[in-house]
Design a protein around this ligand. Sequence first.
Ligand SMILES: *[C@@H]1O[C@H](CO)[C@@H](O)[C@H](O)[C@H]1NC(C)=O
Ligand SMILES: *[C@@H]1O[C@H](CO)[C@@H](O)[C@H](O)[C@H]1NC(C)=O
Ligand SMILES: *[C@@H]1O[C@H](CO)[C@@H](O)[C@H](O)[C@H]1NC(C)=O
Ligand SMILES: *[C@@H]1O[C@H](CO)[C@@H](O)[C@H](O)[C@H]1NC(C)=O
Ligand SMILES: *[C@@H]1O[C@H](CO)[C@@H](O)[C@H](O)[C@H]1NC(C)=O
Ligand SMILES: *[C@@H]1O[C@H](CO)[C@@H](O)[C@H](O)[C@H]1NC(C)=O
Length: 422
Amino acid sequence: MAFNLCYFIVCILFYFIDRVNCDILCEAGFCSSYRDEVGCISPVVNCRANNATHKGIWLPSPTLCNCCEYCLPLYGENHHCSLGGPGTGTTVGRCGDGLTCEAASSGGSFCTRMDTECHRAQDDYDDRYTRGETGVLEERPNCDGKGNYSTFSCIPTQTCFCQSEAGERLFGEVLYLGTHTKQNMHCGCSRFHERMRRSISPGVRLPVIGPRCTSDGNFNPIQCVNNMCYCVDTITGEILHGHGKMKIDLNEEPIANLTCYNRNLDLFPEQSTGEPPYNYTTPCFNKMNETINLILKSEKDGYNMDYFNTIPECLPDGTYGRIARTRNGTKICVDDRGHQIDGYEALPYTPEYNSMNCKCAETSLVMSKSTEKPVCCKNGNFRRIQCRRGLCRCVDSDGRQDGPDAADVTTLKCYTSDWRDC
Ligand SMILES: *[C@@H]1O[C@H](CO)[C@@H](O)[C@H](O)[C@H]1NC(C)=O
Ligand SMILES: *[C@@H]1O[C@H](CO)[C@@H](O)[C@H](O)[C@H]1NC(C)=O
Ligand SMILES: *[C@@H]1O[C@H](CO)[C@@H](O)[C@H](O)[C@H]1NC(C)=O
Ligand SMILES: *[C@@H]1O[C@H](CO)[C@@H](O)[C@H](O)[C@H]1NC(C)=O
Ligand SMILES: *[C@@H]1O[C@H](CO)[C@@H](O)[C@H](O)[C@H]1NC(C)=O
Ligand SMILES: *[C@@H]1O[C@H](CO)[C@@H](O)[C@H](O)[C@H]1NC(C)=O
């Protein structure tokens, strides 16, 4: 059991460990004399061109101290490629993103599109697109270089949310910025939590606390290990070094003294007031700790109480979740500070209570300044039929379009006569 509790600390420590720099040979000046004496081979044109036909990536050159410029060419589909060991020549490249080198039955090997779930989803979208069967608010799936789903998925005109490599929705949602604006969504922290969850369950009974995320799925700029708090890169989660206060001890100072402190991201600012020792915890984490301590104590005392389903599941931002129970037994949708969103509520012993997910309430909160918010049910779920500018569509529980649009709602496959009432 002690091992389980330690696990998460170790996990975080290894993650935030500093990078070690040990270059003894490669002092300043070494490269200029290397280039004079040995010389560099000029890199292939691909990296400078980086157009439709000539792609490449700059990499550290395979020379002593990486003194030369080095461009690795990335081959396009059907380009000849090598299945052999690592190439040593400077003109040997590899297949580009989403492609893999495969032996052809006719001999030789060529770059071919990987057969993955995400690529199949793209092909399915493309097929339907040519038949005119894609929805207006349906997005072509985005895949990454390995053929997995990329870090986020968008519902055009609404929001974008983080997803796993397998395409499941994860914690983290931001406003959709339009087709021509690059979404600044990295979801590194969200995906870290997802990987952690997958690598730990089902053997470990106790929950594991991972790095703290912000509502967009990025790393919170402040991460603490025991009493020490650090400023980290919000995209990679790595500890930052730099000017100003990048590290504090909670026994002396509050997180508000850190250079990277952002009041808007601090869900519990009261922890930075008053006398030391200061804290960087959340009510959910405290409750979790309290429950775990109870369980450990009961086991030590020789009896086994089944408390496990009483351990709260905290979201990656440390909150209890977006559904809260009120004193009179109803459930309401809340924001990350625990305030109720509009009037979303469900009464106990109703189907709406059991199916409540508050996803539509969350989306409309992210879209609070928009005039085209989705229509939510009273319990904060997405209404099955959404309409926009004269066209209606079916959506799934995440609000994603499911099937083509129709001007006449009765022709939609999810149509029921009581559709307006959810
Ligand atoms: C890409 O750049 C290369 C090298 O500059 C050039 O030969 C090629 O024609 C370009 N291709 C396109 C499609 O512009
Ligand atoms: C992501 O892609 C790699 C390589 O194609 C594959 O091994 C892995 O299983 C994929 N991950 C998921 C979650 O599908
Ligand atoms: C933390 O910041 C406050 C306000 O800037 C300052 O008064 C206080 O001395 C700082 N604490 C320490 C221990 O430096
Ligand atoms: C931090 O937590 C400890 C233990 O729960 C408490 O005694 C202390 O008052 C807290 N500090 C602040 C500034 O809230
Ligand atoms: C969790 O409980 C242990 C044992 O009581 C305590 O030492 C530790 O400080 C607690 N951690 C937090 C974050 O409250
Ligand atoms: C429960 O309390 C909420 C406010 O917290 C109120 O809106 C609702 O009407 C109450 N429900 C019942 C059944 O009393």
